[in-house]
Design a protein around this ligand. Structure first.
Ligand code: 13P
Length: 341
């Protein structure tokens, strides 16, 4: 394992004022997002849309890296360069999603386990050859009646750790993503408990598989009330619960923590991150963003599959990335929402 190389890539991924753009939606997920806006999900439309994202002028001021899907890493941007080559040229580190999706966990109705370990060493080697320098694996944890179960937490934590060890062996920084889903009517206290148990198990397994913590990035979900909760916690409560949970479970030598947005609105996701930096607490790791929906929603709505809207969509992405970059330093305020994109 090249510890120095892993560490320097991980550091660059969570550099001050920057976050990671998640644009690794699988073809079915991309289809769902496109369909909601009346965009046809053809291979060429997916390429064109993602081309728009990575060719946004100046994006690397706020975006350190971007996570690609297998289809995209093999495609070219309009200037003829392969996506990872173009990204490297403009200062955005190319990453790749390597799990093969969350499947029903046998014996645990309603719960999932993420698959993709078989053949992973060979797939990683291919991605390294294409220029990818980091990877992502997402586990999903559901809160509900009797859920999450310890069986589900342990199975996902173990798979995450085996994936992370393989990624580091291949010289790529693993993003370890155990997402506690926002769906449901649970309270913030229930989310705290589920997230705490999950992160404890994940770091126990990572230690068990000898994963080098300064050479990884944790992609965490925020501690937040369920979307259908009758009494949803406010911004400062989410910030406080999330930071307390992380401080209690995430070792100080982890290189950085980047949040997913998980179904929060754009503004909420930004305000929560910003509030975490204004709690007056000393954080041992950089705390930043790795949003998909909360970065892409507006640009996708503006683009709608029409090339005439490309520049406006790119301006919206630039603006959102800038606000999240500010939030990652605690420098965001709501007034910035109204500044011209
Ligand atoms: P969202 O920000 O839309 O939750 O996506 C982040 C991600 O990468 C999910 O795996």
């Amino acid at each position: 394992m090249n510890r120095q190389g892993l560490e320097s890539t991980a550091k660059a991924m969570v550099a001050a004022g920057k976050g990671i753009l998640a644009m690794d939606e699988s073809a079915p997920t991309c289809k769902k997002r496109f369909q909601a806006l009346g965009i046809e999900s053809t291979e060429e439309n997916r390429r064109t849309y993602r081309d728009l994202l990575v060719t946004t002028e100046g994006l690397s001021q706020f975006i350190s890296g971007a996570i690609l899907f297998d289809e995209t890493i093999r495609q070219k941007v309009s200037n003829g360069m392969l996506f990872p080559d173009h990204m490297t040229k403009v200062g955005i580190i190319p990453g790749i999603k390597v799990d093969t999706g969350a499947k029903d966990l046998a014996g645990f109705p309603g719960e999932k386990v993420t698959e993709g370990l078989d053949g992973l060493r060979e797939r990683l080697a291919e991605y390294v050859g294409m220029g990818a320098r980091f990877t992502k694996w997402r586990a999903v944890i559901t809160i509900g009646d009797g859920m999450p179960s310890q069986g589900c937490i342990d199975a996902n934590a173990h798979a995450l750790a085996r994936y992370a060890a393989l990624a580091q062996e291949a010289g790529m920084v693993p993003i370890v993503e155990p997402e506690v889903l926002i769906d449901g009517s649970h309270t913030i206290a229930q989310c705290y408990d589920a997230t705490h148990s999950t992160l404890r198990a994940v770091f126990r397994e990572l230690a068990g598989q000898r994963v080098y913590l300064p050479g990884m990035v944790l992609k965490a979900s925020m501690v937040i009330s369920g979307l259908e909760c009758a009494d949803r916690a406010g911004i400062s409560e989410v910030a406080d619960h999330t930071v307390r949970c992380l401080l209690d479970t995430v070792p100080a030598d982890v290189q950085g923590v980047a949040f997913l947005s998980g179904g929060q609105s754009n503004e909420e996701a930004t305000a929560h991150l910003n509030a975490m930096h204004n709690l007056g607490k000393d954080l041992p790791w950089p705390l930043t963003f790795s949003y998909a929906r909360a970065l892409q929603q507006r640009p996708m709505e503006i683009w709608r599959g029409d090339g005439a809207n490309t520049a406006a969509a790119q301006a919206a992405l630039y603006h959102r990335a800038k606000l999240n970059g500010a939030a990652s330093l605690g420098n965001y305020d709501e007034g910035m929402e109204k500044q011209a994109a």
